[in-house]
Design a protein around this ligand. Structure first.
Ligand code: PLZ
Length: 449
C-alpha cells in the first residue's frame, strides 16, 4: 500500500502550487457571476472555482493546485474522480441514466443494498432503501421507526446535525445558519444532553448518558419514543467524540425500551474514522444506520440500512422517490465500495491519523489557543479557545482557516460555537501533501492571534 502518488489517473500532479492570489482573477470573475445568478442563500466557504480534482489536490480555473483537507465535506473519501467510480459511472451513463427503480428496477440498486447489508455492523438479517441525500435518509429512518413502533416522539441530542429539510431542521441543534427564520419546525422532536468530553469534565460519558436517559424518562416517557437518532461522532456539532460508554448506554436504553436506535453515520461512515462505521468503536449494532456522503465517491446517494423486521414493517409503496437509488449513483457507489474493500481504506484512514494526530498534539504544546485535539482516523479536529479559558474563539478559528486557504490548503471549520477547524482529507491523500498541509496549519497558528 503506497500513499504517495506522483499523478492521479486523471493526470493531476500531486503538488501544491499557487500561481495567483487565492481566489485568483478567473475565480473572482465567476464569483461575480455567481452573485448575479445564484441565490444569496447559498454560501461558499472559499470561492475558488474547481476544474479538476483527485488524489489530494483541488485544481482551480486560475491554475492553482490546493491541498484538499475537506473532501467536499467528507464525501470524496475514495478520492475525487476515483478511477473505480469513473469507470463504473461511464459504463452506466452510456447504458441508461434512469428508469425509476419503483417503475422498472435494475440490478445496481439491489447490489448496493446487498453491500450495505453486508458491511454495516451486525450479522442479523438486514434490508436497505436508497435515497438522494443525507437529510432524506434521516427523514426516512424516522418514518420507518414511527411505523414500526407506532410511536411519534424522536429523541436527538445537543450539537446534533441531521440536515436542512423541515423535519431534519427540527432535529438539528444549531440555529444559525441552518434554522434561522425557517420555522415553524416539525413537532415531537426532543433534545437531550450529549457527551462532550472537553466541556463536560469531570463528568464521564456514562454520567451524561444517565442524565439524558433520565430526561427521556421524566419529560417524554420512554414508551412514547419511536427513535433515538445520534451521530457516533458529531460532525457539524464540532467533531465531538462522545466519552466512553455514552453511545453504547443510549443504544442499550433504546433496546430495553423498544425504541429504534438510529446511528446517523452520514459523515462518520465508510472508513472515514478507520472503521467501516464509527458505531463499531463502542461495539454498538444500531437498529438502523443512515448513510450518504462517502457512499458513492461524490455522486448523490444515501441509504437507510437496518434490521429486516423494522425495514419491512413499512407498507409497500411507503418508501421511495423519483431518483432514489439512481442507476448512475449506484454504479458510483459500487465502484467506491469496491475501492474501499480492495485498497484497505480503513487502514489508510488510520495511517492518516498516525501522522496527523501526533502532529496536532505537538502543535497544542506551543499554542494555548488549542483547547482540544480530537477525532478518529481521517476525521480530526482542533477546538480553539481564548487562552487560559474555555471560551470559544470563533474569530481566531476563522483567521487560521483563512490563512490556510490563502496558502493553498482547503480546510473547513465547524462546531456549534464555530470554533473548530476540522480535517477530512480524502483517503487518497499522499503523505507528502498531508505533511505539507500540517506545516501550513501550524504556521496558521504562528501568524494569527
Ligand atoms: N447528518 C451527520 O453531516 C451533512 C452539511 C453541510 P445532506 N453534513 C454537511 C451543509 O451546510 O449543508 C449531514 C451530516 C449528518 C445529515 C447530514 C445531511 O446530509 O446530504 O447534506 O442532506
Amino acid at each position: 500500500m503506497t500513499l504517495t502518488t506522483e499523478r492521479t489517473d486523471n493526470d493531476l500532479a500531486q503538488v501544491r502550487r499557487l500561481v495567483t492570489n487565492i481566489p485568483g482573477p478567473k475565480s473572482l470573475e465567476l464569483l461575480a457571476r455567481k452573485t448575479e445568478a445564484v441565490s444569496a442563500g447559498v454560501g461558499v466557504t472559499l470561492p475558488v472555482f474547481i476544474t479538476k480534482a483527485g488524489g489530494g489536490i483541488l485544481e482551480d480555473v486560475d491554475g492553482n493546485s490546493m491541498i484538499d483537507m475537506g473532501s467536499g465535506i467528507a464525501v470524496t473519501t475514495v478520492g475525487n474522480a476515483n478511477p473505480y467510480v469513473v469507470e463504473n459511472v461511464q459504463r452506466q451513463v452510456a447504458a441508461f441514466t434512469h428508469t425509476c427503480f419503483m417503475v422498472t428496477p435494475y440490478a445496481g440498486y439491489v447490489e448496493v443494498c446487498e453491500a450495505l447489508n453486508r458491511l454495516t455492523p451486525g450479522d442479523h438479517a438486514k434490508r436497505s432503501a436508497l435515497f438522494n441525500s443525507g437529510a432524506e435518509a434521516i427523514e426516512n429512518a424516522v418514518k420507518i421507526a414511527r411505523t414500526f413502533t407506532n410511536r411519534a416522539a424522536v429523541v436527538v441530542v445537543e450539537h446534533g446535525y441531521h440536515g436542512r429539510t423541515n423535519l431534519t431542521m427540527a432535529m438539528t441543534a444549531k440555529n444559525m445558519p441552518y434554522k434561522e427564520g425557517f420555522g415553524p419546525f416539525a413537532s415531537e422532536i426532543f433534545r437531550v444532553p450529549t457527551s462532550y468530553p472537553f466541556r463536560d469534565a469531570p463528568l464521564s460519558g456514562l454520567d451524561i448518558a444517565k442524565r439524558a436517559i433520565s430526561r427521556i424518562d421524566k419529560e417524554i416517557g420512554a414508551t412514547n419514543v419511536a427513535a433515538i437518532v445520534i451521530e457516533p461522532i458529531q460532525g457539524e456539532g464540532g467533531f465531538i467524540v462522545p466519552g466512553d460508554g455514552y453511545f453504547a448506554a443510549m443504544a442499550t436504553f433504546a433496546k430495553e425500551n423498544g425504541i429504534v436506535f438510529v446511528a446517523d453515520e452520514i459523515q462518520s461512515g465508510f472508513c472515514r474514522t478507520g472503521d467501516w462505521f464509527a458505531s463499531s468503536y463502542e461495539g454498538v449494532i444500531p437498529d438502523l444506520i443512515a448513510t450518504a456522503k462517502g457512499i458513492a465517491g461524490g455522486l448523490p446517494l444515501a441509504a437507510v440500512t437496518g434490521r429486516a423486521d423494522i425495514m419491512d414493517s413499512v407498507h409497500a409503496g411507503g418508501l421511495g422517490g423519483t431518483y432514489g437509488g439512481n442507476p448512475v449513483a449506484c454504479a458510483g457507489a459500487l465502484g467506491a465500495i469496491r475501492w474501499m474493500e480492495e485498497e484497505d481504506a480503513c487502514g489508510r484512514a488510520k495511517a492518516i491519523e498516525a501522522v496527523m494526530l501526533p502532529a496536532l498534539v505537538a502543535m497544542q504544546k506551543n499554542h494555548p489557543a488549542i483547547g482540544d485535539i480530537r477525532g478518529r482516523g481521517a476525521m480530526l479536529a482542533i477546538e480553539l479557545v481564548k487562552p487560559g479559558t474555555m471560551d470559544p474563539d470563533p474569530e481566531r478559528t476563522g483567521a487560521v482557516a483563512k490563512y490556510c486557504h490563502g496558502q493553498g490548503v482547503m480546510v473547513l471549520t465547524t462546531g456549534t460555537y464555530s470554533n473548530v477547524v476540522r480535517f477530512l482529507p480524502p483517503l487518497t491523500m499522499p503523505m507528502h501533501l498531508l505533511e505539507e498541509a500540517i506545516g501550513v496549519i501550524a504556521s496558521g497558528f504562528e501568524v494569527t492571534s
